[in-house]
Ligand binder design. Structure first.
Ligand code: NDP
Ligand code: KPL
Length: 297
C-alpha cells in the first residue's frame, strides 16, 4: 500500500490527508504534536472523523523515510524551504515530492535542488482549520498537477488519479508553470488589496477599490506578457473578476493572516512579479507599493 507523507498539517494538509486516508496510508508531519483523531467537515456540513498518525519532525529517521511513497509539502510558502531541509535528509533520493504552495518561488528552487521528481500542484479547493483536531472543507475546487520541466507525465497522471479517487477533482497538466502563474496573478490582484484594506473579496468591485484592481491588472498583464506567459482563456481581467465574484463573501487567505497576526505570503506572491518586472525593465509601482506595505508590517 502506498504511504503518503503530508508535511504541514494545516488546512490544506489535513484536507488532503482526510481525503486520501480512506484509500491509502497517510501520515501527517508537523512541528508540534496534534491529536490523532481528526475531523473533516464537508462543504454540505457532514462530518467524518479518522485516526491519522501525526508525527513531529523529531520523529523522522531513515526507517520512516524509506517507507514513504511520496511527500506532500503543505506548509505556507515562507517555511517550505525549512520544512524541506528538515525532511529531505531522511528520504531516499528518488522520492517524489508534491509542492502545494501558492506563489512561485519554492517550486523552482526545490525542482532544482531535490534529487528526485518534484511535482507542483495548484488548487482552488478552499479549507480552513477548526482548532487542532478539525478542518472545514469550505468549497470544492479543482487541482492541477505537473512537473515544471513538463516531464514526469506518468507520475503526474498517477497523482491526479489518486487525488480524484479520493474525492478531490484533479488533472495532470504539461504546463504547470503557466498554471501556477495564472493563480499567482489572481492572488496578486486580490490578496494584497483586500488584506491591506481589510475588506471581503466582493468589495473590490466597488469604488474606491475597483480602479486599484484595474491598475494592478495592467502591471500584471505587462509582466506576464514580458515573461512569455499566455493569458488564461478568459483573459487575465476576466479570470480575476470571475474569481472576485465567485468568492465575493470570502475573507482571502492574506486577510485572514493579517487579522490573526501571522506572516503573509507576500514574498511568494508579489516577489516573483517584482523580480520579473525588474528583469524586463518594466515599472510596477502598484505592485511595489503593496509589497512594501506587507514587508514593513
Ligand atoms: N487553505 C486553503 O484553502 C488553500 C491553501 N493554499 C496554499 O497552501 C499552503 C498552505 O496553506 P494552509 O494549509 O492554508 O496553511 P496553514 O497555516 O493552515 O497550514 C500550514 C501548516 O504548516 C505547519 N508548519 C509550519 N512550519 C512547519 C515546518 N517547518 N514543518 C512542518 N510543518 C510546518 C503549520 O504548523 P503550526 O500550526 O505549528 O503553525 C501548519 O500546520 C499555502 O501556500 C496556501 O497559500 C492553496 C489553496 C487553498
Ligand atoms: C483566490 C483567493 C484570493 C480567494 O479568496 C485565494 O486563493 C486566497 O484567499 O488566497
Amino acid at each position: 500500500m502506498s504511504h503518503q507523507l503530508i508535511v504541514g498539517p494545516g488546512a490544506l494538509g489535513r484536507l488532503l490527508a482526510l481525503h486520501l486516508a480512506g484509500r491509502e496510508r497517510v501520515t501527517l508531519l508537523g512541528r508540534r504534536p496534534l491529536p490523532p483523531r481528526q475531523t473533516l467537515t464537508t462543504p454540505t456540513g457532514e462530518t467524518r472523523t479518522r485516526e491519522l498518525p501525526c508525527l513531529t519532525l523529531d520523529a523522522l529517521d531513515e526507517a520512516v523515510g524509506a517507507d514513504i511513497s511520496a511527500v506532500h509539502f503543505t506548509t505556507k510558502a515562507y517555511v517550505a524551504e525549512a520544512a524541506f531541509a528538515a525532511v529531505a535528509p531522511w528520504l531516499p533520493p528518488d522520492t517524489p515530492l508534491v509542492l502545494w504552495q501558492n506563489g512561485f518561488g519554492i517550486q523552482a528552487t526545490l525542482t532544482e535542488r531535490w534529487t528526485g521528481p518534484v511535482l507542483c500542484a495548484t488548487t482552488t479547493e478552499g479549507a480552513y482549520l477548526q482548532g487542532d483536531a478539525g478542518v472545514v472543507h469550505a468549497g470544492h475546487g479543482h487541482t492541477l498537477v505537473g512537473h515544471l520541466g513538463g516531464g514526469h507525465d506518468a507520475l503526474a497522471a498517477a497523482m491526479a488519479t489518486r487525488l480524484a479517487a479520493a474525492g478531490l477533482s484533479a488533472a495532470a497538466v504539461s504546463d504547470i508553470r503557466v498554471r501556477l502563474w495564472h493563480k499567482l496573478a489572481v492572488n496578486a490582484a486580490i490578496n494584497p488589496l483586500v488584506a491591506r484594506f481589510r475588506i471581503r473579496n466582493g468589495q473590490l468591485r466597488d469604488r474606491p477599490f475597483r480602479p486599484m484592481v484595474d491598475a494592478v491588472l495592467d502591471e500584471l498583464a505587462a509582466v506576464m506578457a514580458a515573461e512569455g506567459l499566455p493569458p488564461p482563456a478568459e483573459g487575465l481581467a476576466g479570470l480575476v473578476w470571475a474569481v472576485v465574484s465567485g468568492t465575493a463573501n470570502n475573507r482571502a487567505s492574506m486577510l485572514q493572516d493579517v487579522l490573526a497576526g501571522r506572516p503573509t505570503e507576500h514574498e511568494a506572491i508579489l516577489g516573483p512579479l517584482l523580480a520579473a518586472g525588474h528583469r524586463h525593465g518594466l515599472a510596477t509601482p502598484r505592485l511595489a507599493d503593496l509589497y512594501r506595505h506587507f514587508a514593513e508590517r
